[in-house]
Design a protein around this ligand. Sequence first.
Ligand code: GLU
Length: 458
Amino acid sequence: MRVRFAPNPSGDLHIGTAHTAFFNWLYARHEGGVFVLRIEDTDPETAKPELVDPIMESLRWLGINWDEGPDIGGSFGPYRDSERRTNHEETVEQLLSAGAAYRCWCTREQLEARGVKAGYDRHCRMLSDADRATRSAEPAAIRFAVPDGRDVVVDDLVMGEVKFEYADLQDRVIVRSDGSPLYLLAVTSDDVAMEITHVLRGADLLPSTPLQILITEALGADLPTFAHLPLLLGENKGKLSKRKGSDGVLSFRERGFLPEALVNFLALLGWSSPTQEEKLSVEQIIREFTIDRVIEHPAVFDTTKLSWLNQQYIIELDDADLVRRVVELDPSVPVDVVQPMAELIKTRVTTLAEVPDAIRYIHERPKLETSKWLGTDEANNTLEAVAEELGSLEPWTAQAIGEAIQKVIADLGLNRRKGTKPIFVAISGSEVSLPLYESIELIGRSEAVARLRAASSG
Ligand code: GLU
């Protein structure tokens, strides 16, 4: 069993494209098959070689590894279509000599003059051998000749039987007149040469499948099994790929999502566990992943669920792992602040990217905001009294700090919750922050006392 993932290097690896990669990979891992990465860089207008590395980085980050490819210093590189030109040319020769493809000299202007708006009128398919011979030196495109009267039924593992009528099938160009192969030729040639047994790809490619089937048949090769995967929709039910900018895999990394959470989330787009559980380890997903559980209709990208999953995975990280990942994302974060706060942070953020801001008040004195909790006599008295207590408190531990604060509040006869609000604001600059006593312990005596005094006199 062999599958392939064949991205175009024309932009960041889009999350929807990564979804296709992941389903191929899951299927290969579930079946014990081979997963191939093949870069479709045949279109000189859109293919950018510098985008291949970020594609590989995106896949690696998600844990999607490929099983073969050219050696690039100890690991596998991807196959690249641009390096398979000879192979494509051989395929074209084979099609031409079998009469399954023909040269076409029609220009766009000629087609327009003949009133051909879409598709092709098969003008050059009908030329006599003599006509062909006289034009043989002129540059020509090459078209695939759809066999007369052939309807094609795609027996798709996800979409079921999809019938394409002969009348709707066009003799498509497979090689441009400059000799460069088009997608349809390259993809079929590669899938045959690489002995791909299962083609899992986005449902948007279903319309090119009948031609791929006919070309494969014309080459006398075995047909792969097709499975067209549901497209992803944004929350507004629009096509996800239409949204610009923030849909690249690496942008999810920058925004502090964990790869574990992202792949778990991707798995649930169009597939579900037989247990109906939503939080699933990748091992469990591999074990349970079968195509018959892939649904046919588009899946909606639910960012609330992604955030929820991300938080679940953050909570499960051990402290050292959390610190490592936060620092990897933002090397300017002081490790000696994240480390002791790790346990407290976990339940309070949904992404790793929130951590630096969440702990900033510990190592940087926050700007004193105007707050309804400050400026009253009651607040000033509390802050002064707490500053006084903390000034000489021993030992300097969160627990002792807490007891001292509660004693001050009780002595002043204040409500426990309201009494601590001014202290929260004085220490963290905000009414909500990480736990107060631990924060004060970390901030240290002189800085904490200074913040309390600044807030009471301000
Ligand atoms: N390169 C195509 C794309 O990214 C995929 C081709 C295929 O899977 O057959 O749309």
